[in-house]
Write a protein that binds this ligand. Sequence first.
Ligand SMILES: *Cc1c(COP(=O)(O)O)cnc(C)c1O
Length: 396
Amino acid sequence: MNEQMQASEESILHTYNRFPVVFERGEGCYLYDTEGLKYLDFAAGIAVNALGYHYPGYDEALKAQVDKLTHISNLYYNVPMTEAGEKLVRASGMSKAFFTNSGTEAIEGALKAARKYAYTKNGNADCHEIIAMNHSFHGRSMGALSVTGTAHYREPFEPLIGGVKFADFNDLDSVKALVNEKTCAILTEVVQGEGGIYPADPEFLKGLRELCDEKDILLIFDEIQCGMGRTGEYFAWQGYGVKPDIMTCAKALGSGVPVGAFVLGEKAAAMSLTPGDHGTTYGGNPFVCAAVSKVFDIFEQDHILEHVRELIPYLEQKLDELVEKYDCVAERRGKGFMQGLVITGRPVGEIVTKALEEGLLVISAGKDVLRMVPPLVIKKEQIDEMIDILGDCLEA
Ligand SMILES: *Cc1c(COP(=O)(O)O)cnc(C)c1O
């Protein structure tokens, strides 16, 4: 442990087992630590840095906004929030956005919107139950934790919010078995991330949509990790043709600034949150929204989605070759630039650590999955470089 790490341990609460590296700067899809060592980044700050580091025009847009105005509160209008809102609503084809400071906070808002919808409809709070999925991840606050489908995350903090039931992801019957007259919403990731990179089956999402329509229940998709281009669509659900009533996003939305949003479809927007129901002091501030707005502009101008779509088959093919070649790689799962390799016979953490030592950032997911969520702007050569380094680590 070097001096900086020691200093950090002294003042920062120990809630993470951090890797022994201190990063100083990034450039493109590479990071540099304080020792000057270079790393290829297939983690992107956990699916956040969609444009890598110092993407042309991004820093300039942030700096220009700093010179104008960074914070004003939600008591007033501001131009970047309007622009970011317009672009988010256009990209999703949904109706109204509320900007938050994180993904967790977007989930909180989505849950409140769902409950308020049922309350408005029924005139009472009887219909308040939420069905979430096993192995899901939605955040660490009390509300978001309540709908996170990993018991050991929840247990020390119980009692959490009531009325949450867990079904099995990709098992429509298990959802149907839990639906009753008290159900107000069904919540799921479209590709489960933290839980181990499980893409939804098309029939599952279609079935959820039909079920929700039939019972007038709101369908909430958590697009925090899988959204913003990672699957080759702005939002993963667009690739399935199944539209939610509420969507949450964050992570790559600002590509490096702390911003999230929950976005309501017409029905939810018309009948849920009204003035006084919800708020945030920082949420939607001009600084983070200038980033969101610029990210959408860059996606459009530089055809980021097309770039991702073009490279997906190559990334998948190269990863499939690893599955073929190494006994410890049992399977590849994923969608687009959100990929997981299932590791057997040795701890996944060992490979992640080894990769770091060899100059490659990857992360784990679930108990045995090696996760890759690279910047969306990676090139073919960087896929090759990743495969080379990872191959060495799997060999060893
Ligand atoms: C990261 C994540 C969250 C939580 O977002 P934060 O910004 O860390 O609060 C929620 N849902 C999913 C699917 C995530 O990947």
